[in-house]
Design a protein around this ligand. Structure first.
Ligand code: ADP
Ligand code: ADP
Length: 229
């Protein structure tokens, strides 16, 4: 089975008495988009960390393309994942340097291609293009623009799996729409996993997983779900 599977996965943080994840069964198909939703504390981040091999299940198994996730294949798994958090991190250097740091072998064309996905409109209009220093006076990037460069950088790593952890939650509707367009284009090319609140973000997902108190309470495509839409 191509993709990521969780089989009866349970996980508890050492400091907690309750399980953060309780007998999770889940299949994230390769090159599809899966959204994980649910209230704060439901276990979304814990589940993502499990899929990325950062949490080791106490019970059950995580399988990648049918192979159990073991300590000795964790590194190659992590290298195949790009993770975009809610608060984007950029170095205070040029956009070019921020991009190249994740893939020093990337060609100019590859760099532009990645930027094209997420940040084309404003990067082209910057006075010094990719050599614009982020944070320079007069060329301040908005939070939304910074987040879109972080997304472009994540894409430049050419990951098998792209994880967006509330990565668009703080964006205004215009930037959020731009990111959605980028994700639409990436659909079918890589596995995309998004944790999100906004319906606009999860509408395009082939699979939506609703977590509550460490359990999957609903699973299906957007239209099948009995959510308060
Ligand atoms: P969500 O991402 O849906 O908000 P989390 O996965 O962060 O939920 O949290 C699930 C549960 O695990 C919560 O009860 C939370 O308090 C607990 N938890 C999360 N991270 C830690 C941690 N590092 N140590 C202890 N408990 C944690
Ligand atoms: P490479 O796979 O090209 O060797 P590295 O693993 O050295 O890249 O990571 C370079 C940068 O890419 C890191 O500083 C980090 O920002 C990002 N990165 C690497 N691995 C991950 C990951 N699993 N999830 C999210 N970001 C990552």
């Amino acid at each position: 089975l191509r993709g990521i599977e969780c089989k009866h996965v349970s996980f508890k943080y050492q400091t907690q008495s309750n399980y953060a994840l309780k007998k999770i069964n889940l299949y994230v198909p390769t090159n599809c988009m899966t959204a994980i939703v649910g209230p704060s504390g439901a276990g979304k981040s814990t589940l993502i960390d499990m899929i990325m091999g950062l949490n080791i299940p106490e019970e059950g198994q995580v399988l990648i393309d049918g192979n159990p996730l073991l300590k000795d294949n964790l590194l190659s798994l992590r290298k195949s994942i790009s993770y975009v958090p809610q608060d984007p991190f950029l170095f205070n250097t040029s956009i070019r340097e921020n991009m190249m740091i994740v893939n020093p072998q990337a060609t100019e064309a590859q760099m532009w291609e990645s930027l094209e996905f997420a940040a084309a409109d404003f990067v082209k209009n910057l006075p010094k293009g990719l050599d614009t220093k982020i944070g320079d006076r007069g060329i301040r990037l908005s939070g939304g623009e910074r987040q879109r460069i972080v997304l472009a950088r994540a894409i430049l790593r050419n990951p098998a799996v792209l994880v967006l952890d509330e990565a668009t939650s703080s964006l205004d509707t215009e930037n959020e729409a731009k990111v959605q367009q980028a994700l639409e284009q990436l659909k079918g090319k890589m596995t995309i996993i998004v944790i999100a609140h906004r319906l606009s973000t999860i509408r395009n997902a082939e699979q939506v997983i609703v977590l509550e108190e460490g359990r999957i309470v609903q699973q299906g495509n957007f239209n099948e779900l009995a959510m308060d839409k």
